[in-house]
Design a protein around this ligand. Structure first.
Ligand code: C5P
Length: 280
């Protein structure tokens, strides 16, 4: 059993304010790219996780890993409906950079939930599944849906969106991790404080990422990536995804995306650069 965990891209991420519980109220447009971590499920007498692939060294395979936490939470929920979730061995091929704003850990957790539910034919009430997803992380519900969506609340309110005009793109990560709480914290919002305006799904020209500036202040290399992408011919739009540091450039077409990716890789050999297509 192999399940793909595709990169999540925030085409827009408006922060509307900070709630009393400290979380931030978001209004985001999320899509997925055709590049993914790969999660394999193997029979085993004990639940375990093995991590392979280019970014394997960047994260621990212990019980703090979202894949194992997803298994544990699902086992508890399965008990509640009179089912037993068997132990499994996960093999995770980590192809996406870690802590990089493209939802790697969340996508892995969602892939674990999807594959376990399917493989063991476990049926849970939709609300219970959503609760588990949200408990694993604010981005996990959208990664579970794996569809282009408008995402609101802290990540729990999802609305599928019509096809978007974007397709070919280039992803660039400067090889530096950002801390999501630190980036949100840099906005400096007090509990209960309002911030930016909601987005209009039909008005893509007015979309923004409110975390981009705070992330640049913490990791200035993000600004360098954005300027480099903007200076390329054939780029229509440049923005950071999530809380960074991965940035994307929307290209005119696949050929432009390939050319721009080559050029970006030549500029900085230590940057992670991938031409991709968005699912829209
Ligand atoms: O839910 P997740 O683990 O992805 O969030 C990481 C951190 O990012 C949270 O602990 C919180 O500090 C911040 N966050 C937030 N508002 C959100 C999502 C995340 O403040 N909507």
């Amino acid at each position: 059993m192999v399940e793909l965990a595709p990169a999540k891209i925030n085409l827009a991420l408006h922060v509307l304010g900070r709630r009393q519980d400290g979380y931030h109220e978001l209004d985001s447009v999320v899509t997925f790219a055709d590049i993914a971590d790969r999660l394999e499920l193997l029979p085993s007498s004990q639940t375990a996780l093995e991590i392979i692939g280019p970014f394997a060294a960047s994260l621990a395979a212990d019980e703090s890993n979202l894949v194992l936490r997803a298994h544990a939470l699902l086992a508890k929920a399965a008990d509640e409906v009179g089912r037993k979730l068997p132990p499994v061995r996960f093999r995770l091929e980590k192809n996406l950079p870690v802590a990089s704003g493209i939802g790697g850990g969340s996508a892995d957790a969602a892939a674990a939930l999807r594959t376990l539910l399917r493989e063991f034919s476990i049926e849970l009430p939709a609300a219970r599944l959503k609760q588990i997803a949200l408990q694993l992380g604010a981005d996990v519900p959208v990664c579970l849906a794996q569809k282009t969506c408008r995402m609101r609340g802290i990540g729990e309110r999802l609305e599928p969106l019509q096809k978007l005009p974007y397709k070919a793109a280039v992803l660039v990560n400067p090889g530096l991790a950002t801390s999501t709480p630190a980036v949100f914290g840099r906005l400096g919002l007090a509990k209960g404080q309002n911030h930016g305006e909601p987005l209009t799904p039909e008005d893509a020209a007015a979309w923004r990422n409110d975390l981009q500036q705070p992330a640049i202040e913490l990791v200035p290399e993000i600004g360098v990536v954005l300027s480099a992408l903007s200076s390329e011919a054939g780029i229509n739009l440049v923005r950071m995804s999530g809380s960074g540091a991965t940035c994307f450039g929307i290209a005119e077409d696949d050929e432009a995306a390939q050319r721009i990716a080559h050029s970006m890789a030549r500029r900085a050999p230590n940057w992670w650069v991938r031409p991709v297509r968005f699912d829209c």
